[in-house]
Design a protein around this ligand. Sequence first.
Ligand SMILES: *Cc1c(COP(=O)(O)O)cnc(C)c1O
Length: 360
Amino acid sequence: MQRVYNFSAGPSALPEEVLKKAQSEILCYGTSGMSVMEMSHRSKDFMSILDSAESTLRELMHVPENYKILFLQGGASSQFAMVPLNLMNKNKKADYVNTGAWSKKAIKEAKRYGAVNVIASSEDKTFSYIPELDIAKFDKDADYFHITTNNTIYGTRYAELPDTGNVPLVGDMSSDILSKNYDVSKFGLIYAGAQKNLGPAGVTVVIIREDLVGNAMDFTPTMFNYKEHIENGSMYNTPPTYGIYLMGLVLNWVKEQGGVDAMEKINIEKANALYNFLDASSLFKSTVSGKDRSVMNIPFVTGNEEVDAKFIKEATAAGFVQLKGHRSVGGMRASIYNAISLEGVQKLVEFMKQFEAANK
Ligand SMILES: *Cc1c(COP(=O)(O)O)cnc(C)c1O
């Protein structure tokens, strides 16, 4: 069986080189005589896997010295609670922008712990754009300001980060971390589930500025307290060892490709190939316009559900899989994370052209 072109939104395609490397080491890692899965998380071999993953991520994202990096579990969804539990600690209020299903979940969770001020929303048009942010509405006393940098389901992203002044910016970067160069120093905290752009499901990356640590609410469960995880070097309990190992391989792969700048350049080429085709097509159209278009997740429709279904069926048969759109948008969605090659996107566009010609 041949590997397919996998446009899954997550868990998503991993670089083939990474999978092959993991395969070659699955029985015996280095001179350990065992699989990484079978190793104590306190062993020398695993400690060095974790240290190296952390330092490679730090290098790739130019994470400043005064930020800690954590590898946790519980997905980005746990961060929806962990962020307010740890950060909503001075004035018990935070600003949120509602740009989609993940933002909504983050808002819902934060409301358990304090006052949430939704300063803008794009829900009126099925989240097909990033709302204009009126700085006059920003609360200067908010404990933090939360955004979802890339909206996986709706295919939008912030072309520019909001300037929140002294209020720490918190970013859910699950679906675009390492896809472009972000200035980490503009954020107080970044979190991301690994399964979109970093590795397999099971690891959650948190990058947090040191001064934000140590003031969690009294009733914060130990496992939800950043301070505990920092003091224990992501080893308060057993970390997701194999996931961290695989993420380390992905990080090395990104480095070999030329780092985040190189990824960004290719990602823009990939996205342009698809958007240019969609904009010229008489059958398919993009559901997002202008500067808010995501470079990672590209939803599109034909406007006819039967034709959409036919397209998905024929695409799958031709080896272009997981193209079905999220149920709230319908149609199709191509997720073109770092591991998807320019060639993969060009092949998809070629297939779409043929489908269009045959279904005029
Ligand atoms: C996938 C995703 C999530 C949810 O991640 P889990 O790891 O399943 O909790 C949250 N936010 C964004 C932007 C996502 O893409």
